[in-house]
Design a protein around this ligand. Structure first.
Ligand SMILES: Cc1cc2nc3c(=O)[nH]c(=O)nc-3n(C[C@H](O)[C@H](O)[C@H](O)COP(=O)(O)OP(=O)(O)OC[C@H]3O[C@@H](n4cnc5c(N)ncnc54)[C@H](O)[C@@H]3O)c2cc1C
Length: 353
């Protein structure tokens, strides 16, 4: 027999990074019962410091999250270390359960027992998730804030330097490597844009095409005008000395010396959560390059599935910490508003003769 669901809550927040904790803060302060389920591996975990975050510039990522957890705890939010391995909307009554073998009536869970849907009309959803440790959790609303995984080009040694001197974003880490020997490792045509951004930080920039694309005449002219060197061909290794990047090794030709390399990544989502819930996603195209997918949301963070909101990098890889915190806060407020609407409808139904 599967474990019985733990006490249902108003809102389950999946993922306790910047976006998830921010949503939880809005919701906890609105006196909602909130449980955050977090696997504990945020996207920027390997970075020594987070930057470009007003009032917290230069703070280590783990310290930011520890402060966030302390803040949400003040409002009764539970943060549980757990990985969600499945998520779904429960159909009541007669739900077939995770394995199709039947489950208890979700109506007895106490979650979602009124008539109003998230828009104030119709069926109120019951959302259920299962965690790797066998736990089952139910709620009236979900905020999906599971972030994304960065898939890097397949160059031996690159992943080991990720967040240190293999960098994803000039706004987050560019200042720290200003005036150094910088490289851009291409994954496609967006590398031209990246190289021109990086050129703002240093006069010594080399773009390595890595056989991912070849700059056209216009792109070559732009790069040449700004003095960006272009090296064609595959990169086969990174050179590291005294625990610091010193160069990129092409298959043919000389090592390209560099102190840091910027690289684009592909955004991979948590399929178990995103596809389990049936959330609509959008294919991401950046300057002609396929860079993954993101959960589609409206301006409030609402997804295509009733009762489910999403915020942060799960909705797009470009959201840095400030944007993820903002999106989480907004989603939390709209989730609370949808519960207020549902509570009003339930109260009115209860007073009907
Ligand atoms: C190397 C690097 C450095 C960065 N540096 C900066 C910087 O300096 N400044 C800046 O503004 N931005 C920076 N960013 C971007 C920043 O990391 C993101 O904006 C931010 O992490 C997005 O927050 P999030 O809450 O959406 O996702 P995350 O922070 O990734 O949090 C998602 C959370 O969900 C959890 N999770 C995932 N799947 C599950 C599951 N199935 N069940 C339960 N929990 C789950 C994860 O463990 C994680 O704790 C950096 C990114 C990278 C890759």
């Amino acid at each position: 027999m599967p474990d019985a669901p733990l006490t249902p809550v108003d809102v389950l927040v999946l993922g306790g990074g910047a976006a998830g904790l921010s949503a939880a803060l809005s919701l906890g302060r609105s006196r909602r019962t909130v449980r955050v389920l977090d696997a504990g591996d945020p996207r920027n975990a390997t970075s020594p410091h987070a930057h470009n975050l007003l009032t917290h510039d230069g703070t280590p990522p783990a310290a930011l999250l520890a402060a966030g957890r302390d803040e949400v705890a003040r409002y009764g939010v539970e943060v549980v270390t757990a990985r969600v391995v499945a998520a779904r909307t429960v159909d009541v009554p007669g739900d077939a359960g995770w394995d199709g073998a039947g489950s208890e009536d979700a109506g007895s869970s106490g979650a979602g027992s009124d008539d109003a849907g998230p828009d104030g009309a119709g069926h109120e959803p019951v959302l259920e998730v299962r965690t790797a440790d066998g736990g089952t959790h139910r709620a009236r609303r979900l905020v999906v804030a599971t972030g994304m995984r960065d898939v890097l080009p397949d160059v031996p040694g690159l992943r080991e330097r990720w967040g240190r001197d293999v960098l994803h974003c000039p706004y987050c880490h560019g200042w720290e490597v200003r005036d150094r020997r910088l490289a851009v490792l291409a994954t496609g045509p967006r590398a031209v844009h990246a190289a021109l951004l990086v050129r703002q930080l240093s006069a010594d920039v080399t773009l390595l095409t890595h056989d991912a694309f070849a700059p056209d005449a216009e792109q070559s002219a732009d790069l040449a005008a700004r003095g960006v060197r272009v090296v064609a061909g595959r990169v086969t290794a990174v050179r590291v000395e005294d625990d610091a990047l010193t160069g990129l090794v092409p298959a043919d030709g000389d090592v390209v010396p560099c102190d840091a390399v910027f690289v684009g990544t592909r955004a991979v989502l948590d399929d178990a959560v995103v596809d389990g819930l049936g959330l609509q996603t959008t294919a991401l195209d950046f300057l002609g390059e396929d860079v993954g997918r993101a959960v589609a949301v409206d301006a409030t963070g609402a997804t295509s599935v009733p009762g489910v909101w999403a915020a942060g990098n799960v909705t797009g890889p470009q959201h840095a910490l400030a944007a993820s915190i903002a999106a989480g806060s907004l989603a939390g407020a709209h989730v609370n508003a949808s519960l207020v609407t549902a509570d009003v409808a339930a109260a009115r139904a209860a007073t009907r003769p």
